[in-house]
Design a protein around this ligand. Structure first.
Ligand SMILES: [Zn+2]
Length: 296
């Protein structure tokens, strides 16, 4: 573990960024403390533009990165500036539509919407329509968060926020197996909260619900698929979340479990697509909201 990672554990550190799930808008809110912009970016401690150029495979053909935090930020300005509150600049990115239904008939079920066994068609999920798939917006969405998470990790000052950093997240955007992997760290305040919650329940329904809504917005789900979304909460505060895939999800990294509620790391398994990554990211945003409603 690097020094920076180690120092995140076992301490209550003033918050410098957070995520929030916006189910009405079907988007993720990223709140970034103004100190990150003023003390780190503007003083040149982190070269955002340089990271933009080095971070991603050029074959992604990403559009221009907007880096003026007074306006929209991210690739193509996908994160809309919603103004400042309590020292945090709030940015909202709407979930990308990856699969869109067309007026054409589904080639698998010929428009009936059903498989031979009468379950919803595997291809069209019961709609009977064919669909067009585009990963362009998902690439822009995920690459924007990925880069911002990376530079936010480099922040080393203390903000005046009276709330604590609950989690840190890292994501990647690559082609192929594991190309949507995500990982992160749960801080001590969140770990204490989760341990308390685990005395009352063994899952986190808010995470499950958010994932279903998100996945359905970006793709679509069959009735049967609803069971593929799960969350679990363990007695020591570790959690797991699963979505559609091959045992696809995020879970506590027990090898890097910090005892005495000092925090822990989480990692992912078989997150091959950005559809899965963004779904799991939404579950983390929902978890953050749940914790904030209790511990601030
Ligand atoms: Zn079909």
């Amino acid at each position: 573990m690097s020094d920076a990672v180690q120092s995140f554990f076992g301490r209550d550190i003033p918050r410098w960024y957070f995520l929030s799930w916006l189910p009405e808008e079907l988007g993720i809110l990223l709140g970034i403390h103004e100190d990150f912009v003023e003390k780190t970016l503007k003083r040149g401690k982190i070269d955002l533009k340089n990271n933009v150029n080095n971070f991603f495979d050029r074959s992604l053909n990403l559009p221009e990165f907007y880096d003026d935090f007074n306006t929209n930020i991210g690739f193509a300005g996908i994160l809309e500036n919603r103004g400042k509150k309590d020292g945090f600049i709030n940015f909202v990115a709407k979930l990308p539509k990856i699969s869109m239904l067309t007026e054409k008939t589904c080639p698998r079920c010929k428009g009936t919407g059903k498989e031979n066994n009468n379950e919803d068609c595997f291809n069209c999920c019961g709609t009977g329509k064919d669909s067009d798939v585009s990963w362009t917006k998902a690439n822009i969405f995920s690459a924007s968060f990925s880069l911002l998470f990376f530079v936010l990790d480099l922040f080393q000052d203390n903000t005046p926020s009276k709330n604590f950093q609950l989690m840190e997240i890292n994501t990647i955007v690559e082609q192929g197996m594991g190309g949507g992997s995500l990982s992160g760290r749960i801080g001590a305040p969140m770990h204490r909260y989760l341990c308390g919650l685990a005395k009352k329940q063994d899952d986190i329904p808010e995470m499950t619900k958010a994932m279903k809504i998100a996945y359905k917005e970006m793709w679509r789900i069959r009735e049967w698929d609803r069971f593929a979304f799960k969350s679990t909460l363990r007695p020591e505060g570790g959690f797991a979340a699963e979505c559609i895939g091959n045992a696809t999800g995020i879970h506590i990294d027990m090898q890097r479990y910090i005892k005495e509620m000092g925090g822990f790391e989480f990692t992912s398994h078989n997150v091959d697509t950005l559809l899965q990554q963004i779904t799991l990211l939404v579950s983390l945003a929902a978890l953050h909201d749940k914790a904030v409603s209790t511990i601030g």
